[in-house]
Ligand binder design. Structure first.
Ligand code: HEM
Length: 410
């Protein structure tokens, strides 16, 4: 371990407000460094982050010890126990071969070609959500647009009937803090576990329904895969449904909101996109790189490993800082400049390697449909004069609210 351990508070005000500036000195001077406060290695260079994401000595099986402890504790409430059982089966926390076994079952549904057929529906939903915004006054884009859109899209893809959507939304809102930010309030913990219980039962009912009457949706696809060859257990099917639900919800909401913020702070780039002077696909890649929703991912060392001149010990936790890698001057010219027509954009906003975001094509589709609809539908849109409040979390990057003003809705 290095003697020089420059302090950076990963959750400090500066790192939350502007992680790109906060991590720059680490990336240039201490690219692989031990952080004593968080008892973790912090890796910030693009080449190191990409290498670690492809290296199976960096294990994804990172929550097992925590979950095992909770499950072993006889005092753990049965509902909380059940919620952890679900998280334990998430593919994102598994190494090979169990990871690929789960991933291969849903992979087909998320190829660019498969998600392309959602394009019209995403446009319809975006237009519908936009039409409900009253632009005479200030409005919170996250609550009224960015948050509901991906939730409805994934609910429909899974096969949640429209009449159940409100109840379903209530459960997902209750559970969200458990899976994204973590919870320290025991009351909220209990409510999240109760909602997870209801959701598990609900998915069980949906499974039975689509077993009897298969339909063209993800749950039917999972049932089909479960019944072929390498059978999935019921717990794995339910866990995979919840992962798809949560993995793509807040992340995509943050992508839409962070993108609008970046564009509103760069009016020339906003005008170029609105006027069709830049390719929307390139623009979305740049928005993902410039201020994407994934700030870091976590790994745990499977064995003692020499990496970047340091000895990373078995069992130690590692933060791979995607946000810092995406602003690495070794890879990107003028990394802190938003350039919507940037070519060869090798960002790692969706991770890299075996666990590369499964929903990346869907997230790209949603942003590339929703952002242009917002720009044309909200003439004169601008930031309201309110302070920006970022979520106080390390792994993801998103605003609590994004208050906007517009001159009207077209
Ligand atoms: C994995 C980011 C949207 C489902 C990941 C990972 C990242 C990521 C960084 C890798 C985690 C790791 O290596 O530990 C994002 C971002 C999104 C987004 C920034 C939006 C802009 C979605 C959507 C879905 C989704 C829409 C599905 C509906 C998943 C799944 C995994 C994953 C299932 C686990 C893949 C595996 O372990 O093989 N995502 N994601 N994500 N994402 Fe996304």
């Amino acid at each position: 371990m290095t003697a020089a351990t420059p302090e950076i508070d990963l959750m400090g005000e500066e790192a939350i407000r502007d992680p790109y500036s906060a991590f720059a000195p680490l990336r240039s001077d201490n690219p692989v460094v031990w952080n004593p406060q968080y008892r973790s290695w912090v890796i910030t260079r693009h080449r190191d982050v990409s290498a670690a994401l492809r290296d199976d000595r960096f294990s994804s099986d990172r929550i097992a010890p925590f979950i095992e402890r909770k499950l072993a504790d006889p005092g753990t409430d049965p509902l909380i126990r059940q919620a952890f059982e679900v998280l334990r089966h998430w593919m994102v926390f598994q190494d090979e071969p169990s990871h690929m076994r789960l991933r291969s079952l849903v992979r087909k549904a998320f190829t660019p070609r498969s998600v392309q057929r959602m394009q019209e529906r995403v446009a319809e939903l975006s237009t519908d959500l936009l039409s409900k915004i009253s632009a005479d006054d200030e409005f919170d884009l996250i609550a009224e647009f960015a948050y509901p859109l991906p939730a409805i899209v994934i609910a429909e893809m899974l096969g949640v009937p429209p009449e159940d959507r409100d109840t379903f939304k209530h459960w997902t809102d209750e559970i969200a803090p458990l899976v994204s930010a973590g919870l320290d309030d025991p009351d909220r913990y209990a409510r999240a576990a109760a909602a997870m219980d209801a959701l598990i039962e609900y998915f069980g009912d949906l499974l039975r329904r689509y077993e009897a009457e298969p339909a063209d949706n993800l749950i039917s696809g999972l049932i089909e895969s479960r019944d072929e060859g390498d059978a999935l257990t019921q717990a794995e099917v339910v866990a995979t449904c919840t992962l798809l639900l949560f993995g793509g919800h807040e992340t995509t909401a943050n992508l839409i909101a962070n993108s609008m913020l970046a564009l509103l702070r760069h009016p020339d780039q906003l005008a170029a996109l609105r006027d069709g002077q830049v390719d929307t696909r390139l623009a979305v890649e740049e928005l993902l790189r410039f201020d994407g929703p994934g700030k870091a991912v976590v790994r745990v060392m499977r064995e003692d490993t020499e990496f970047g001149g340091q000895l990373l010990r078995k069992g130690q936790r590692v933060f791979l800082v995607l946000a810092a890698a995406n602003h690495d001057p070794e890879v990107f010219d003028d990394p802190d400049v938003l350039r919507l027509d940037r070519a060869n954009n090798t960002h790692v906003a969706f991770g890299f390697g075996a666990h590369t975001c499964l929903g990346s094509a869907l997230a790209r589709l949603e942003a590339s449909v929703a952002v242009p609809i917002l720009l044309t539908g909200l003439p004169g849109v601008r930031l309201a004069e309110r302070p920006l409040r970022w979520q106080q979390v390390f792994l993801t990057r998103g605003l609590q609210e994004l208050w906007l003003r517009a001159d009207g809705i077209t």
